[in-house]
Ligand binder design. Structure first.
Ligand code: PGA
Length: 271
């Protein structure tokens, strides 16, 4: 018998449809729980979702006035106002367009004089907000979540980390297209902190993500694929477009055409 609760998998026909569906889910969560604590990702994947959230907020259909946000990660050593910082990214795509209160927006400080103290401060801030209710995640081509890069071990808590070259390349657009200008170090919420979120939505789009999505869902739980640790959580929704779902075996795919949902049985813990 499979003792592990299943992932819930949702496959959408287009990125636009996927973004609209997640935005509606967040707006609903805000209606049920106005003081929702959201964990937020950056990167290319959530750009469409943030646009949908801006539109829902402008139409009066999403109210962030009592909500709080905690971003997952931040580069180290860039001034917070630098266009490449994740703070700037969040301002451009979401924060300056919605009715979040400034004091309820939390990011790791990219200019922190003492990164260790900054990580401790962030963990305390998440705890005093009551923990993360809904954690949104992207996934790196290499299987990372946040800036928890594949390796022989992972940090449970918020920590300072070195970025893999492929992660720096994936972020080159924020630094004038030159990956060598992407900081080599970052601060990231740890995997243990992510796993304490009450609910997790992992979003992946595009064929380049199909293989890491498969390894996350089908492979062993291993620090070599940090997203595979999500198999240990009991409330994870994996939201994919068709391209990212290309390697998910048929039993995990919705039967109907277009968007659909399926429970995805997990394998037992290995390796
Ligand atoms: P991407 O990054 O959305 O730019 O592909 C995802 C991630 O690294 O989490």
């Amino acid at each position: 018998m499979n003792a592990w609760p299943p992932f819930t998998v949702e496959v959408h026909a287009s990125v636009r449809e996927l973004a609209a569906a997640i935005a509606r889910r967040i707006a609903d969560a805000l209606r049920t729980r106005p003081a929702l604590v959201l964990g937020l990702p950056t990167g290319r994947t959530p750009v469409h979702l943030y646009r949908e959230l801006r539109e829902l907020c402008a139409a009066g259909l999403a109210d962030f006035s009592n909500a709080a946000t905690f971003n997952l990660d931040e580069f180290l050593g860039v001034p917070p106002a630098h266009p490449g910082s994740y703070r700037s990214y969040m301002e451009r795509h979401l924060f300056r367009h919605v009715n979040l209160r400034r004091e309820n927006i939390h990011l790791l400080d990219s200019g922190a004089a003492d990164p260790i103290l900054e990580c401790e401060r962030y963990e305390r801030a998440i705890r005093s907000a009551g923990g993360i209710d809904l954690q949104l995640l992207g996934i790196g081509d290499n299987g990372h979540i946040g800036f928890n890069e594949p390796g022989a071990s992972l940090s449970a808590r918020t920590h300072r980390t070195r970025l893999h070259p492929e992660t720096r390349r994936a972020n080159a657009a924020l630094f004038g297209g030159d990956w060598r200008k992407v900081p080599a170090e970052a601060l990231s919420v740890g995997v243990g902190t992510i796993l304490r979120a009450r609910e997790i939505i992992l979003i992946a789009t595009g064929r380049a993500k199909a293989s890491c999505v498969q390894r996350m869902m089908e492979g062993p739980v291993t620090t070599r694929v940090p997203a595979s640790l999500l198999q240990l959580h009991s409330n994870v929704r994996v939201v994919l477009d068709k391209a990212a779902a290309a390697f998910i075996p048929p039993r995990g795919r919705p039967q109907s055409a277009g968007a659909g949902e399926a429970r995805y049985p997990r394998r037992s813990l290995r390796g």
